[in-house]
Design a protein around this ligand. Structure first.
Ligand code: PLP
Length: 403
């Protein structure tokens, strides 16, 4: 068994030599720093963990096709980094995003697989969306008129979004029949699918599924070709086998975090975090008894102790609640966050011995240790695990580890 220390060292060394950095903007700029001695935070992506999680989702769903949700910058991991990796694999049937820019960004990144825009399409972008073969979500009473206004020269691909009880997006199921029949009758519209989202309330989810099925069955009896029925997010992948339907639509599980009940889900099928948030120590200092730490002085040294400063803060996406019990890994050891997480800095208590130096690598979230698992960081900080991923600042550079 390799020690934690050597595991960290080897994967890091490999990542820094083989990895490449992607910046949020591709504008040319002078290279002012390399990852080999970078202090500022970065994110490492582990393609083998992504691969593993895709296989887990496939196994849990009887090999259903996966519509990979990559909204919000692929949950903070980097749309342009993650989507091309996922797109290589046959299990991935396509991608789903909420924002128009993300749909275009997928095509700009060379993704040829189907893309579903789960948000609304603006009239001005509609023709471009159609030209770039992006499937539109159709759910408004005036969906037909909105399609007419696009004056598309090729058939429009769309999924009808049904609201089966979420009251967030979609056409309410109880009056969706006419929309499905109207769209189904149009020669210039190809219905690729019909979908819904669960409230993820276990008592109500089956009722939502029943409503969804009833509407879909009625439309099919009327001769409407509905395409692929899909409903299950990561929660449904784990807990609602009846909802796996023709395709599943997970996000967070692909990235290695458990959606709802981590202990139960881990026992059912373990996932591997597909990223880690890293930086290097920028300061190590010894406190005297009575010295206090950071804004609000929430920490007071009772005896002499070493502290280290890490240049990662809440503006990078590291949760403010980390002071409530999160720890970070440096040189194979865990150190507790103290004082306050400010915009760009986090401080940890190192203890009696000066066992950390400026330049030492830090992992704040990731796969290096069970305490750094996103679900564990979420638990320790009182945050939602979705925030641990999705609040990662999109400007953080991404390094792809060798698979
Ligand atoms: C975000 C989202 C998903 C994926 O949810 P996870 O819980 O991350 O798996 C699926 N469907 C819709 C409509 C979503 O908005």
């Amino acid at each position: 068994m390799i020690s934690r220390r050597s595991f960290v060292a080897t994967t890091t060394a490999a990542g820094l030599s083989a990895g490449h950095v992607r910046h949020a903007s591709s504008a040319p700029r002078p290279r002012t720093q390399t990852l080999a001695d970078r202090f500022d935070p970065w994110i490492e992506i582990d393609p083998s963990a992504l691969r593993y999680n895709v296989e887990v989702v496939s196994r849990l769903t009887g090999n259903r096709p996966i519509l990979a949700v990559v909204k919000n910058n692929a949950y903070g991991l980097g749309l342009e980094t993650v989507a091309p990796i996922l797109a290589e694999w046959p299990e991935i049937a396509g991608f789903a995003v909420v924002k128009v820019d993300a749909a275009f960004a997928l095509r700009d990144a060379g993704i040829a697989k189907p893309v579903l825009l789960m948000g609304m399409f603006p009239p001005s972008a509609g023709a471009d969306l159609v030209a770039r073969r992006i499937s539109l979500s159709l759910y408004t009473d005036d969906a037909g008129a909105r399609l007419d206004a696009l004056r598309a020269t090729s058939p429009v691909h769309g999924h009808v979004y049904l609201d089966s009880g979420m009251s967030r997006m979609g056409m309410p199921y109880h009056r969706a029949g006419p929309l499905l029949r109207t769209l189904g009758a149009r020669p210039d519209v190809v219905l690729d699918g019909v979908y819904m989202a669960f409230t993820e309330e276990s008592d109500f989810d089956p009722e939502q599924l029943r409503r969804f099925r009833e509407v879909a069955d009625a439309a099919r009896r009327d001769g409407v070709t509905l395409g692929t029925l899909h409903a299950a997010s990561s929660n449904g992948v784990y807990h609602l086998p009846d909802a796996h339907l023709d395709m599943v639509r997970p996000g967070i599980a692909l990235y290695g975090a458990y959606p709802s009940r981590p202990n139960e889900e881990r026992a059912k099928a373990e996932l591997r975090p597909a990223f880690r948030l890293r930086a290097r120590v920028v300061r190590i200092e010894r406190l005297r008894p009575g010295d206090t730490v950071s804004y609000g002085r929430r920490y007071t040294a009772e005896r002499p102790t070493w502290i280290a400063t890490i240049p990662v803060g809440h503006a990078d996406g590291y949760p403010r609640g980390a002071v409530n019990g999160a720890r970070v890994l440096i040189n194979g050891r865990l150190f507790p966050v103290i004082g306050a997480v400010s915009a760009s800095h986090t401080i940890v208590e190192v203890g009696d011995e000066r066992q950390v130096s400026v330049g030492d690598e830090v992992t704040l979230v990731g796969f290096d240790h069970p305490d750094l698992h996103p679900n564990e960081v979420a638990r320790a900080t009182g945050a939602s695990v979705y925030d641990i991923l999705m609040h990662l600042n999109p400007a953080l550079p991404k390094v792809v580890l060798p698979s």
